[in-house]
Design a protein around this ligand. Sequence first.
Ligand SMILES: Cc1cc2nc3c(=O)[nH]c(=O)nc-3n(C[C@H](O)[C@H](O)[C@H](O)COP(=O)(O)O)c2cc1C
Length: 410
Amino acid sequence: MSSTVFQPLTLPNKSVLPNRLAKAAMEENMAIEGHLPGDAMFKLYRAWATGGTGLLITGNVMVDHRAMTGPGGVALEAETSLEPFKKWAEAGTQNGTQLWMQINHPGRQVYAAMGGQVLSPSDIALDMGKHSKLFGKPKPMTEEEILELIERFAMTAARAIEAGFHGVQIHAAHGYLISQFLSPLTNLRDDAWGGSLENRARLLYEVVKAVKARLPESAAVSVKLNSADFQRGGFDADDAKQVVKQLSELKVDLVELSGGSYESPAMQGNTADGSTLAREAYFLKFAEEIAHNTAMPIMTTGGITRLPIAEQVLEAGVDIVGMGRALAFTPDLSNKWQDTADAKANLPEIEWKDKTLGALAVMAVTKRQLQRMGQGKAPKPNVSPFFALVADQMRLKKLTKAYRKRYNFA
Ligand SMILES: Cc1cc2nc3c(=O)[nH]c(=O)nc-3n(C[C@H](O)[C@H](O)[C@H](O)COP(=O)(O)O)c2cc1C
């Protein structure tokens, strides 16, 4: 009998996802000059689209080139040429695959070496212990900047759909700007955008409304949300439940549940507050509870690499199984599961004492696989994490220098 993961799902906007498997967003850092997707990105997305996963969510695309999550990132703004994005959409929609663009603003999670704008609801800088200096001190946003930001999200979303993407995902997780507004640790404002949960979530709701107002009804609108920040006093599970309820009222098509931030990398299975996450499908317990209380489709991402776990996620009432790293190491894992139920993605175990460097090594080893696929090569799971990290840092340093020089940032 065919696995439950291969059953289609109709979303509230009536579009149909061919199966229950989704590639979660993974920033590629592979953009060409002008923050544009190029040939390597097209090759990479073609590989994923032909790999059998029903929904592909792109790595985060910036709504403003002056604030980038990292060098080599993609940005889609009012003046950006749409041609490369049409090619990207063409590659990622092969095989009947649904393709959504994740749109994001980093807020305070901007590397100091990058420069540019470091904005946040308040002036609270990242606390990463001895690595804190890697990030700039943020400037609290003015009301005008908040309104401009909402408009930017709506405009990027509209242009993504114009280019041929089927939907967008608003990134409200992992400690980026919208997530900074949601958290009482980073949002100390006493105006309409801070204080109560309703106020802290106002930016997210306004972005969702503005995006929906600008898109055709056939386009999917999704939100990626933390089930919790996993920091004492931060955005917690009860807050997340309230926000999900409101997003359902706003007729969002899918909420993806993840968790954590740079300060507390729960999305990689490690938390700063010592919470215990499941060893596989990290956020399943929370997602299950949410899924039982809402008709809106729910997806959970984090730690899933095996078909029996993917099936367990669906049995728990969650609608979509999100996978990041598994599909970086095995881009056709979904096809493989059609034939071999015990096909597994071989993720390397990276357990370093310095959690920050360990998290960077995980990212570096994973990105190495994306770059290989962009060159038409197969992934190579056994690359040395140490050498991958050094090579990644050198590559990022070069890209960072070029970014700074291009915009003349001080
Ligand atoms: C290299 C890399 C880049 C990532 N970039 C993004 C991103 O752009 N947006 C996002 O929401 N999550 C991003 N993530 C987090 C993943 O979407 C996912 O939540 C996380 O990796 C846990 O899922 P997994 O265990 O299946 O990999 C990234 C993860 C990795 C490893």
